[in-house]
Design a protein around this ligand. Structure first.
Ligand code: SF4
Ligand code: SF4
Length: 217
């Protein structure tokens, strides 16, 4: 049977052989490496102890605890979270307590974990918001699938979803309890207890509403 390709000629070996060296018994026993690791750990221990005794242990993260130790007795004590810590989601409210969300689906589209489910609804005939925006009939986030990337917050054009609660998901014992619904997320407040946001919002029909006018278009 004819060969589709000619056989490739053998290439001359052009390499320098590496000499295999036998490790010593000490190396194979890991004892020098263990001793070296212990020496490093103990040097840190004694240095920290010396700084602690002198009263100038530099640990700005732990300073609010002000008890002079680096061990946190969680959950009685907690490390202060950074200002931009992403906690569980909250849905921000309008002045009347309704969600700012207009069910545009930007957040669920941006979500890489696909853990946001929104059912969008139309406002009824005669409502000034009908035709301008929709509202979330159902807004659900599976906090177990969420990777807390914050993309949903960045994608939202209405400042309607935030992760500034400063809280992480409670240790529930069933999967269903990690499914946060609209009412639950609307009830969460920011770290400073706010349900609204500072960003201005213009309702359809207001004089300052920047959207298109139905009368002119
Ligand atoms: S934080 Fe990220 S993964 Fe979680 S809901 Fe928002 S976009 Fe999805
Ligand atoms: S939370 Fe924001 S991005 Fe998500 S549907 Fe509502 S308005 Fe759109």
């Amino acid at each position: 049977m004819a060969r589709a390709f000619s056989k490739k000629a053998a290439q001359p070996i052009n390499a320098t052989p590496v000499q295999y060296t036998e490790d010593s018994f000490a190396t194979r026993s890991y004892l020098p490496a263990i001793a070296s690791g212990l020496a490093t750990s103990m040097s840190h221990f004694f240095e920290n102890a010396r700084e602690l005794i002198k009263g100038n242990r530099p640990d700005p993260i732990m300073e609010p605890l002000a008890d002079g130790v680096t061990t946190v007795a969680y959950p009685e004590q907690k490390r202060p979270y950074p200002e931009r810590f992403r906690g569980v989601h909250r849905l921000t409210q309008r002045e009347d307590g309704s969600p700012r969300c207009v069910a545009c689906l930007c957040c669920s589209t941006a979500c890489p974990a696909q853990c946001i489910l929104i059912d969008a609804g139309e406002y009824p005939e005669g409502d000034k918001r009908r035709g301008y925006e929709r509202y979330p009939v159902r807004f659900v986030i599976d906090e177990l699938r969420c990777i807390f990337c914050g993309y949903c917050v960045e994608a939202c054009p209405c400042d309607a979803i935030r992760m500034d609660t400063g809280a992480h998901a409670a240790p529930y014992d069933s999967r269903e309890q990690f499914i946060y619904d609209k009412e639950m997320m609307l009830s969460f407040a920011s770290r400073d207890g706010q349900h609204v946001t500072e960003n201005p919002r213009h309702e359809p029909g207001d004089a300052g509403h920047p959207g298109l006018s139905r009368d002119e278009h």
